[in-house]
Design a protein around this ligand. Sequence first.
Ligand code: NAD
Length: 552
Amino acid sequence: EFIEKYAKHPVYKAPTGNTLHAKSWQTEAPLRMLLNNLDAEVAEIPEELVVYGGIGQAARNRESLEKIIEVLLELDEHHSLLVQSGKPVGVVRTHPEAPRVLIANSNLVPEWATWEHFDELKERGLMMYGQMTAGSWIYIGTQGILQGTYETFVSCGQKHFNSDLRHKLLVTGGLGGMGGAQPLAATMAGATFLGVDIDPTRIEKRLETRYIDKMTHSYEEAIQWVMEAKEKGEAVSVGLVGDIGDVLERLIQDNITPDVLTDQTSAHDPVNGYIPNGLSLEEAAKLRKENPEEYKALSLKSMARHVEFMLELQQRGSITFDYGNNLREFARQGGCENAFNFPGFTPAYIRPLFCEGKGPFRWAALSGDPEDIYVTDQALREAFPENTHLIKWLDEAKEKIAFQGLPSRICWLGMGEREKAGLIFNELVRTGKVKAPIVIGRDHLDCGSVASPNRETESMLDGSDAVSDWPLLNLMSNTAGGATWVSFHHGGGVGMGFSQHAGQVILADGTDRAEACIRRVLYNDPAMGIFRHADAGYDIAKKVGDDNDMLI
Ligand code: NAD
């Protein structure tokens, strides 16, 4: 009956309101968030259980999904569900403060950690790709990455353009689930924006959700719009249908040099993500099926060409950076030797934030009522009156962000701030100021939860880029601390073999139990960022650690 109502393939919807379907909010919360991940407003391809990021799935297949739902509906607070690459595989005996769901997705022993091996296992139904928040049930739509993208663009403006991105043209590729945050983040930061995507439906989705202003199939029209807007200093965003490599080639021919240049095509997956130059979407789908090796070779070659153009534009003056899709690595494999001549976004713009334990703190209102999010927004304004940057963000977010699925919010908070916010939310639930419990989670892209040498841990001060003890310690701390569900994944963001990362989500249901868990988890989680960066020798992290008396 529940499945019929909320999970009848392919139409998924999280229940809303404050009536429980499961035995407690501890299991109702993951159940709602799993279904929310698959809501057509949230997921890119719900009929394939794909949430975002190429083939990032929420459950391995329909059968697994139904089983997960069944178990969560019956699970009590003395047991926890084990999920292996999207398939429920067992229930273990635990206790009320333990996580209710323990998730491991896409993990392979290092020697076998390649897309080829993974694809073979996936083909045989033995694995799924969890991306970061797809398989760990805390994807909240494009907003999830919006503030991080905004922080990156603002930081880029501060570093290179005197904190002013007006009259600056930002060019990028990929307007999918995450990449679709770029137009709104860019215009919020004041820039004029041109984004290129080969798939018109992706741009249409951004138009519908108000992330992008205009769309066209014509290069000439797009250029006319953005050059006029740039001239006038208007923060306008334009989506152009096309291959990003081709468009960059045209820009070079036409002597147009973007001020900022980056990319968020699904380059991390050369077979199931990136579309090779010269192929239509249909041709790509056919070749992928018939001859994945040839597809991959074409894809790598196209990425090499794409990056050659980026390097040329960098030479001409574009501030160019990799935006976390491992494009440089695959371009290198495709024959572009200098692919790493432009930096990744983390060392360029984000690491100082990580050193303060800052990262993408997000929460969702299980009631389904947008008003609950506005109540939490207001509580944060009151809790952090000195943080004008945060308040500006909350104001703009309220005005400009269309909710997708369960109403949610994101903002980057650091050491101390996350715990404070979590406790405030728990009080809002306890005192009935919001209509149902709130879940608090984050991206795996965080200060102390990921090892990804071409992304979050690129160019670490002490060379410890590839050390993945840290995300494991993060997982263990959050499990021991009592997060409501925890996860450990491989390959998110940058693809198989290139990353390992941990996630956590914690429920604020207004109980004393939740308060105790929040005090532990929302301390431990950002603390991992301080430990990790202090250990690597970053002064800011050492200072924050000393100030909070947390280093040993
Ligand atoms: P997605 O699969 O939803 O979207 C990718 C888009 O790229 C699609 O719309 C596709 O049509 C387009 N595309 C593919 N090849 C193209 C080509 N040759 N020319 C033009 N467009 C092309 O993926 P997503 O969730 O948007 O993520 C995009 C990438 O960014 C992934 O690699 C992801 O891992 C990475 N990512 C980075 C961050 C970050 O903060 N840096 C965060 C999340 C994801």
